[in-house]
Ligand binder design. Structure first.
Ligand code: F6R
Length: 595
């Protein structure tokens, strides 16, 4: 998705803006640009990567104030003209923007009638023209008047030739101020500024900030408001590859640590008894879990876990569908899972839930994200920054959060509860064993990479794992993959089974085992090669499947963790075998801030 950066200080802006933009590349983009004001404002942009833009920039592009942008096309294709920054008619006011302006057609028409000329197809371009229209000497006031005309979502940074300030504003799209020493930054995402500062201020919806080199002031509805700085605990190293070929591989390998950190954070002091107030006790209730993509698959695992341990009905909903179908009642309590905390569909669902009086707990990996500000309660996962577009460690951290939610109120005997907690503590070691053996998974992946279609099947708590395995494979290797509840294959997909369509079967030693064995036999009878994930010690499936990946023995409730790690590696090595751009798959973005 789009990224915003801004700099004002004593250093040359160009290299700083380029560095900050490079740190945002992981979010996915198709064009980029910067504007720097020395004496004169200069804008350079194109539909290229940041590294290519850097080569094209004039060597003498000097100035100590500037803004930059990575664009992910929504209104208008990925062209030089549509890339940000965008300017007004005079070429003195320039703007970068994330979000969507819903009434831009109307504003565009109105501005044309008033004599403004446009050079792009973007909705963004109306913003500098509106600011130009309202500018009478006070840039902040002109921005405020322009924003008042706009419907939709925005995070913007504004630079005007000859002015010693940047203006930043947000509504429904993230924006931070990075606080330096005699210099300040603007960014849509914390990793953009981590090379320069770890002190950040999270702007809130409706905020307009005037950012100067010596400080900043935030106003809301014309009144000055206090926005306290936060110390970011992530380091630059956390957001770098650290010797791994790809961020995705690094993040897969971080999972034992993520689980350990989560256990330490959640299960200290009172063991699992410290979160009694996540769900209200007593009476009839219904838990509703909403999310998108991989986070939705975590939600599906959460449904099994909460229903088994907590024994209350749990409903899961795809967040983007909730607006059309979703119903709540006085009994409902919601959990919204969003790694980034910025997914537009998830934010919209939270707003709808809150407007219906439903309490919302958000599980997110990003403190200070929009979701954390909308929620009644926040449960922060301990995954650290996730750069690879394909979610891996954040998903595992979400599962850990869901286990932690379920355990304190589990309606199970104390001995079982103690044994589950003891099992949780063993998980990092089990995952590490999978990682230590990744070479074997890479060999299986090399076989999978030869096919164009792959099915993943699972049952019970491993059905969502099949969905996640298929999603990971398709998004990074571009192999067509589908996840199914194993029993569903015979209701249609059987028509596609052949020696050209392998099936990855996730088998757990729980009450689904016999049914999975039957499913594998049925698949084999249709000539599909079967690769089965089996627990160590299993000899039955090995007899039936073509090949197996042996997974360490764990409590079945925790099997989604180990099985998913195997499927992440399978997807990773299949994508590598096919030469795909693993960290930045085509058409995808790290956080999806548009509906
Ligand atoms: C897939 C992936 C996406 C996200 C989805 C929701 O690997 O990362 O499917 O899970 O876009 O994102 P969040 O959790 O940030 O709301």
């Amino acid at each position: 998705m789009c990224g915003i950066v801004g700099y004002i200080g004593e250093r040359q802006a160009k290299p700083i803006l380029l560095n900050c933009l490079a740190r945002l590349e992981y979010r996915g983009y198709d064009s980029c640009g910067i504007a720097v004001a020395g004496g004169k404002l200069q804008v350079h942009k194109d539909a290229v990567r940041v590294g290519v833009l850097k080569e094209k920039l004039p060597r003498r592009l000097e100035g100590k104030i500037g803004i930059g942008h990575t664009r992910w096309a929504t209104h208008g294709g990925p062209t030089k003209a549509n890339a940000h920054p965008h300017c007004d008619c005079t070429g003195k006011i320039t703007v970068v923007h994330n979000g969507i302006i819903y009434n831009f057609q109307q504003l565009h028409q109105q501005l044309i009638e008033e004599g403004h000329t446009f050079t792009s197809e973007t909705d963004t371009e109306v913003i500098p023209h509106l600011i130009e229209k309202y500018f009478t000497g006070d840039l902040e006031e002109a921005v405020a008047r322009a924003l008042a005309e706009m419907e939709g979502s925005y995070a913007i940074a504004v630079l005007m030739e000859g002015r010693p300030e940047l203006i930043a504003a947000r509504k429904d799209s993230p924006l931070i101020i990075g606080i330096g020493d005699g210099e300040n930054f603007i960014a849509s995402d914390v990793p953009a500024v981590l090379d320069h500062t770890s002190r950040v201020v999270y702007l809130e919806d409706g905020d307009i900030a005037v950012v100067r080199k010596e400080g900043f002031q935030v106003k809301r509805k014309g009144k000055v408001v206090d926005r306290q700085p936060h110390q970011v605990t992530w380091s630059v190293g956390d957001a770098q590859k650290g010797g791994y070929e790809h961020f995705m591989l690094k993040e897969i390998h971080e999972q034992p640590k993520v689980i350990r950190d989560t256990i330490r954070a959640y299960l200290t002091a009172d063991e699992a008894d410290s979160n009694r107030d996540i769900f209200t006790e007593g009476g009839e209730r219904e838990i509703l879990i909403l999310a998108c993509g991989t986070s939705y698959h975590a939600a599906l695992v959460g449904k099994y876990v909460l229903e088994q341990l907590f024994r209350v009905p749990v409903r899961t909903e795809i967040a983007s569908e909730f607006g059309f179908l979703g119903q709540t009642s006085a009994r409902s309590q919601a959990v919204v899972i969003t790694q980034s905390g910025e997914t537009a569909d998830a934010l919209k669902a939270i707003k709808k839930l809150r407007s219906e009086g439903c309490p919302v707990t958000v599980i997110t990996n990003v403190i200070g994200s929009s979701a954390t500000r909308l929620a009644d309660q926040v449960l922060c996962t301990q995954a650290g920054p996730e750069i690879s577009v394909a979610a891996t460690k954040s998903y595992t951290a979400q599962l850990m959060a869901l286990y932690w939610m379920a355990l304190p109120l589990a309606r199970i005997d104390l001995r079982r509860k103690d044994s589950l907690i003891a099992e949780l503590r063993q998980l990092p070691g089990r995952v590490q064993r999978i990682l230590d053996d990744e070479e074997k998974i890479a060999q299986h992946a090399a076989q999978i990479a030869k096919y164009d279609h792959v099915f993943f099947i699972g049952r019970g708590i491993n059905y969502p794992v099949a969905l996640e395995g298929a999603l990971k494979l398709k998004e990074i290797s571009y192999i067509h993959a589908e996840g199914y509840a194993a029993g569903e294959l015979k209701h249609g997909p059987f028509a596609l089974l052949s020696s050209e369509a392998p099936v990855v079967a996730i088998v757990a030693p729980d009450n689904t085992y016999d049914a999975m064995l039957t499913s594998i036999k049925e698949v084999k009878a249709r000539n599909s090669p079967v690769l089965a994930l089996v627990e160590e010690g299993d000899e039955v499936i090995e007899e039936v499947a073509d090949s197996v990946i042996v997974v360490p023995k764990v409590e079945p409730l925790f099997s989604p963790v180990v099985n998913t790690v195997v499927l992440q590696l399978l997807a990773y090595y299949a994508a590598k075998e096919r030469g795909c751009p693993i960290d930045f798959p085509r058409n995808l973005a790290k956080s999806v801030t548009v509906e």
